[in-house]
Design a protein around this ligand. Structure first.
Ligand SMILES: Cc1ncc(COP(=O)(O)O)c(C=O)c1O
Length: 385
């Protein structure tokens, strides 16, 4: 038999999803893969029930149902502070994951370099490799997750086609400040580099921090593709609805990729989600309160148990230092923690380019009882030393 593709041989299975499989196998509390254990807003479930009888059930307009694109454009125009045209600037995709792949495909040729911070969300490296490009890493060192502008410029000097910016960031929980964004933006302009943002956690921001859209910085609209989704904002990770927002000239090419990769996003789910996109501003205030609460339950518990962790500024993850238990093998440690303590986390080495095995990532988008039970189990962590 002929060899399978060498491109796809270069990436491994996702440790996030592997930990979910292990967690399911041994009945652990799954704080590895980031999805809630509570229902989506009732307005979405009601409209999903209606859509079952009313439709639509057939292929949508390839770029996304017109009413859905209009609603995304209206909502994001408000948050991004720029008038978006639903026909020219919005493409609806199968989660932000597909938006990211379409975008990389539209921007990159074989051998192009794509920059990203390390730690990074696992999918990016596989996606960069799948489109024939090469990742170039810039360290974002724990526990502060600050970057050295010199090292960042070194990466840009290598000749990047694009730079991926996850903000708010998974796994670090970092929310980039305006000054940090400006450093990245200035380099993008200086070296003529596209910025691809992943902003799926745009509405999950903690007190004292603010999400600033890269495409709202002076001169950045022209070179930024903003990828995001409804997965996290409306607790519907299984609905697989996302979007890319970009200037027409770039989006037209991304649309071409989407046309042949996906044909379209799920039409009944777009219709059912209209209620979410049209929700009043109070929805986002409530979302903020909900996540502040879950963060305080889990992170407060980590404090009481004496764990060292990095303070989340946004998103719903916390990085916990387990060096003294993991002893250099964070994957084996996470497997033991799932099987023996009944709590699943992600070994953070999967997020780092550097040889880093001291951290694990927990997510806390869970009901109080789930988080409290997980904390109770974690209080027995001494057994794993
Ligand atoms: C940073 C980041 N980007 C993208 C995704 C996936 O988003 P979607 O469900 O829209 O494909 C996730 C899911 O955990 C994520 O954490």
């Amino acid at each position: 038999m002929k060899k399978l593709s060498s491109r796809t041989a270069r990436f491994n299975e996702s440790l996030i999803r592997r930990m979910t499989r292990i967690s399911n196998e041994c009945g652990a509390i799954n704080l590895s893969q980031g999805f809630p254990d509570f229902d989506p807003p009732k307005m979405l479930m009601d409209s999903l029930a209606n859509v079952a009888y009313k439709g639509p059930h057939q292929y949508p307009v390839t770029w996304g149902a017109p009413n859905f694109r209009k609603a995304v454009a209206k909502k994001q125009s408000f948050f991004m502070g720029r008038e978006l045209d639903p026909d020219e600037n919005v493409l609806v995709t199968i989660g932000s994951t597909e938006a990211m792949v379409d975008t990389l495909m539209a921007l990159c040729d074989d051998g192009d370099n794509v920059g990203l911070f390390s730690p990074f969300f696992e999918n990016y490296v596989a996606e960069i490799i799948m489109v024939g490009a090469e990742p170039v890493y810039v360290p974002l060192d724990p526990p502060a997750f600050t970057f050295d502008p010199e090292k960042l410029e070194d990466a840009f000097r290598k000749g990047l086609k694009a730079f991926i910016l996850c903000n708010p960031s998974n796994p670090s929980g970092k929310v980039f400040t305006r000054d940090e964004l400006k450093i990245i933006a200035d380099l993008a302009n200086k070296y003529d580099v596209y910025i691809i943002t992943d902003e799926v956690y745009e509405h999950i921001i903690y007190e004292g921090h603010k999400h600033i859209y890269m495409n709202s910085l002076p001169g950045m609209w022209e070179r930024t593709v903003s990828c995001s989704s409804l997965s996290k904002t409306y607790h519907i990770t299984g609905w697989r609805l996302g979007y890319a927002i970009a200037p027409k000239e770039i989006l037209d090419r991304i649309k071409q990729c989407h046309d042949f990769i996906a044909v379209g996003a799920p039409s009944p789910l777009m219709e059912a989600c209209m209620a979410g996109l049209e929700a009043p501003m109070e929805y986002y205030d409530e979302l903020h309160k909900l996540y502040e609460h879950m963060k305080s339950v889990f992170v407060g518990g980590l404090d009481r148990l004496g764990f060292e962790y990095t303070e989340p500024e946004g998103a719903y993850y916390v990085m916990v230092n387990v060096a003294k238990y993991a002893k250099g093998d964070d994957l084996a440690f996470c497997e033991r923690m799932a099987r023996e303590l009944g709590v699943a986390a992600v070994p953070a080495s999967t997020f780092f380019k550097e040889d880093q095995h001291d951290w694990v990532r927990f997510h806390f988008a869970k009901r109080d009882e789930t988080l409290n039970e997980a904390l109770e189990r974690l209080s027995g962590i001494g057994r794993l030393s």
